[in-house]
Each structure stands twice: as structure tokens, then as C-alpha cells.
Write a protein that binds this ligand. Structure first.
Ligand code: CMC
Length: 446
């Protein structure tokens, strides 16, 4: 069979060009029939398998892949990960170089546009965001309606969803100029909402955006300014900016898949992003850094580590901040975060929990259980400690993750919309329930 699929332009590091031999031959032993399917980019099309039938009435063969362990749901040119080698690149640029040399807004532009901005492009991008930082006064009333101790992630996901009602024009997702405006709005307003959620928990009045400050400076000021005054610490601000860069995208993770999946119904981007925030809220995803600190509290002292490790190995709980669906090596972000920790603790003083974390990592990395399963520290293992040292409460960590991940969500959302292969997300199932049976009237039920 001739392979008629065409490949888009791809970076040099991607799959080599395919040849006529790039096919898969399959024999169905139920019927003895053979089939040949094209292989493109190391994949076959799952829908090609539908040709494999035992009879004309047969629906055709499907794949069973709970949690998408081995299914590519899209083609993407945004983020490259090699989990075995511990490599992460945005648009081809190594994460280490971006973390060292770029600003968060530069990285966001790169994720959206595919290229680093020129100075003029960055200036326009920055200015556009700067002038959209305010939220409608009614959003403030909406936030005030939350209980005094509302989890800031719950507030954030509610508030971002609510923004869709303030910008009904955001429904025009087919118009690139309109999409740009909504991306600017979200990038500009998410820190404002995130800062308001922070202050709500503390009973502090909301501090309004200051357009004379840069993106990170303004965000930090909205959180920590008291009586209109806040002494900026540039080392801590740069550390926060690097953490946001490290979180900016991570290809088809749970929250990004949620944004793509919800966005595939062609809902507005505010609603799609609020779905991403909801997914990130979960303890197996963005909530893990909060869980790491709770775990370190539970361990309490270094001497309790061996007993804790034994409990994990016996299946009672997990070593939070360890393991990853994709990385089977040290998460490159965790390596960079460990370095940032030195800068941060240099400013804030040592946190005794860091010593427990370092010892926990040392012991786990030497333990057969973790070695065999290729479990290494992930991005969340040290990030929570740093956030805590910077003055954020544990339930706020995931909010910082959301602010960082926003450009990735939006870049992936737009890529999904432009992708002609994409349709509304709608997985299949294997039905395991009853066959047809007659309704049982109440008097006859047990
Ligand atoms: N502690 C102890 N055992 C673990 C851990 C852990 N953190 N992670 C995985 N395992 C074991 C697991 O019990 C299983 O063992 P066995 O084969 O004997 O049943 C094996 O390793 C494979 O685990 P899995 O659950 O099949 O792996 P997964 O790819 O489905 O899960 C994960 C990935 C991140 C959900 C998982 O490693 C985990 O729960 N880690 C702790 C939570 C965490 O740190 N999450 C943050 C992820 S990074 C941030 C992000 O990108 O969102």
C-alpha cells in the first residue's frame, strides 16, 4: 500500500523522512486476512484499524488505551520532551537556556508564535499585556462572594470561567485577531485574579495592578504590597520568573489535554482554560508540590525517613514529588529548581525541611524500589520548598503553577484550533454493562 500522508516541515531533530517501506503489515488470525497500514512519525492511525472486521456488521477493531499511555492525540510543534534522556525544549530551545536567558513574557511569545520576539515585537507584546491587567469591578464582587477560607485554586478556576461572560466576543475563535486579544486578556488578568485570590485568603484588600511595573514585579506587588508599599527583592522575583518559565508548557499533560479537549468543542478560551485549572488542581498533577510539603511535615525529622520510605514501598502512600509519566530520568526542571533553591535560601535563610528533602532524595535514589521503577524527583519535589521560603502558603503553590502554565495552555489551544486533523474530542469505550433488560417496576424490586 502506498503511504499518501504528507509530513509538515519539521525540525532536523525529528523523525527522519519516511520511505515506501514505512508500513505495518497485520494479519487478523480470526479471519486470516492481512492488512497494510502506513506508518508516519512512528505512529499508525487508530482509525485505519477499523478496516479490520470479522464481518460486514462488525464495528471494526479499536485500540484500548486508558489514560492515553500510548496514544498520540495530536501533532504538535510546541514542546519536545525526551523522558529517557531528561530533555525538555520549547520550540527547539533547551529549557536550561530559556531559564537562564529569557523573560517569562518572551517565553510566552515563543510558545505562541513559534519564534523568539524581536525587541519591537516584545515591546508591543509587553505593552498589550500591561494595558489589560485590570479586571471588571463586578469580578471583584464575584470574588468577594467566596468564603474567607476558599481554596485559591477554586477561586481561580471559578473566576477565569466567569471571565467568559465578561468577554462574549471571545466566542469568535475562528478570528486570529480576536484570539490574540483573548490571549492578551488572559495573560494580563490571570496574575491579577491569582493575586486577588491570595489576598482574599488573608483578609487583605485587593491591591490593583500597577502598570509602571514589569509582569513579575506587578504580580508580586499585588500579592505582598501593604498600604501601597512593597520592597521588591529582585533575586526572589527572578527566581519566581524562572519557576514560571519551567512550568510554561509540558506537551500533552493532564491539564493541557483538558484545555485541548474542552476547547475542541469550540467553547471560548476562558472556559477552556478554566478546565485546565481544574485539572491542575488535582494532587497527582499540579497539587503535588503542596502534597510534598505535607509529606515533609509528616516525616518531621531526618531520622524518620527510612520508616517513611518503607511505608511507601509497602504501598501505603507515594513519595510525592517523585515519578513521572514521561520522565524516566531526572526531570530537567527539577535540576534547575534545585539550583534556584540556593539563590532563594541565600535570601530567605535555610528551611529545615530542605535538609529532610535532600536526605529523602538521596535515600530514594539509592533504593532498589525507586531505581527499578525509574522514579526520580520531578518538578514538584523542590518547588514547594522554594515557594514556601518566598512566603506563599501551601495551598497557593498550584496557583503559581497555573500562572506559569497559562502560555502553554493557550499555545496548545490555538494549535489545536488550527489543526485540520482535529475534531471534537470524543473517545470510544468498551461497554462492559448489561445487555438489554426489561424495566423493573418499584414493587418488584428487592
Ligand atoms: N512513590 C512510590 N511509588 C511510585 C511513585 C511514587 N511517587 N510513582 C510511581 N510509583 C510506582 C507505582 O506504585 C508503580 O509501581 P508498581 O509497578 O509496583 O505498581 C510504578 O511506580 C509505576 O507507577 P504508575 O502509577 O503506573 O506511573 P504513572 O506514570 O501512572 O504515574 C505519577 C505518574 C506522576 C502520577 C506518579 O509517579 C505519582 O503519583 N507521583 C507522585 C505524585 C507527583 O509527584 N506528581 C507530580 C507529577 S510532575 C508534575 C506534573 O507534570 O504535573
Amino acid at each position: 500500500m502506498t503511504d499518501t500522508l504528507t509530513l509538515p516541515d519539521r525540525p532536523a531533530s525529528a523523525t527522519p523522512p519516511k520511505t515506501m517501506a514505512d508500513t505495518l503489515s497485520v494479519t487478523d488470525n480470526r479471519t486470516g486476512k492481512s492488512y497494510e497500514f502506513p506508518i508516519a512519525d512512528g505512529t499508525i492511525k487508530a482509525t485505519d484499524l477499523r478496516q479490520i472486521k470479522t464481518s460486514d456488521e462488525d464495528f471494526g477493531l479499536m485500540t484500548y488505551d486508558p489514560a492515553f499511555m500510548n496514544t498520540a492525540s495530536c501533532r504538535s510543534a510546541i514542546t519536545f520532551i525526551d523522558g529517557d534522556k531528561g530533555i525538555l525544549r520549547y520550540r527547539g530551545y533547551p529549557i536550561e537556556q530559556l531559564a537562564e536567558q529569557a523573560s517569562f513574557l518572551e517565553v510566552a511569545y515563543l510558545l505562541f508564535e513559534g519564534e523568539l520576539p524581536s525587541q519591537a515585537q516584545l515591546d508591543k507584546w509587553t505593552a498589550d499585556i500591561r494595558y489589560h491587567t485590570y479586571v471588571h469591578t463586578n469580578v471583584i464582587k464575584f470574588l468577594e462572594g467566596f468564603r474567607y477560607d476558599a481554596h485559591p485554586m477554586g477561586m481561580l478556576l471559578g473566576a477565569v470561567g466567569a471571565l467568559s461572560t465578561f468577554y462574549p466576543d471571545a466566542k469568535h475563535i475562528d478570528d486570529p485577531a480576536n484570539r490574540y486579544v483573548q490571549k492578551v486578556r488572559l495573560m494580563a488578568k490571570l496574575p491579577t485574579l491569582a493575586a486577588f485570590a491570595f489576598r482574599h485568603n488573608r483578609g487583605l484588600p485587593y491591591e490593583f495592578p500597577r502598570n509602571d511595573l514589569d509582569y513579575i514585579g506587578n504580580y508580586v506587588n499585588m500579592m505582598f504590597s501593604i498600604g501601597g508599599k512593597h520592597e521588591p527583592n529582585k533575586v526572589l522575583q527572578r527566581a519566581l520568573e524562572i519557576l514560571l518559565i519551567l512550568h510554561a508548557d509540558h506537551e500533552q499533560n493532564c491539564s493541557t489535554s483538558a484545555v485541548r479537549s474542552v476547547g475542541s468543542s469550540h467553547v471560548d478560551p476562558f472556559s477552556a482554560v478554566s478546565a485546565g485549572i481544574a485539572a491542575l488542581y488535582g494532587p497527582l498533577h499540579g497539587g503535588a508540590n503542596e502534597a510534598v510539603l505535607l509529606m515533609l511535615d509528616e516525616i518531621g525529622e531526618k531520622k524518620n525517613i527510612p520508616a517513611f520510605i518503607e511505608k511507601v514501598k509497602a504501598g501505603t502512600g507515594r513519595l510525592m514529588g517523585f515519578g513521572h509519566r514521561v520522565y524516566k530520568n531526572y526531570d530537567p526542571r527539577a535540576k534547575l529548581i534545585k539550583r534556584i533553591a540556593d539563590d532563594v535560601f541565600g535570601q530567605t535563610g535555610m528551611n529545615p525541611k530542605l535538609e529532610i528533602a535532600l536526605e529523602l532524595e538521596r535515600i530514594a535514589l539509592e533504593d532498589e524500589y525507586f531505581i527499578k521503577r525509574k522514579l526520580y524527583p520531578n518538578v514538584d519535589f523542590y518547588s514547594g520548598l522554594i515557594y514556601q521560603a518566598m512566603g506563599y502558603p501551601t495551598d497557593y503553590f498550584t496557583v503559581l503553577f497555573a500562572v506559569g502554565r497559562l502560555p502553554g495552555w493557550l499555545a496548545q489551544w490555538e494549535e489545536m484550533l488550527k489543526d485540520k486533523d482535529q475534531k471534537i474530542a470524543r473517545p470510544r469505550q468498551i461497554y462492559t454493562g448489561y445487555d438489554e433488560r426489561p424495566f423493573v417496576p418499584m414493587k418488584n424490586r428487592k
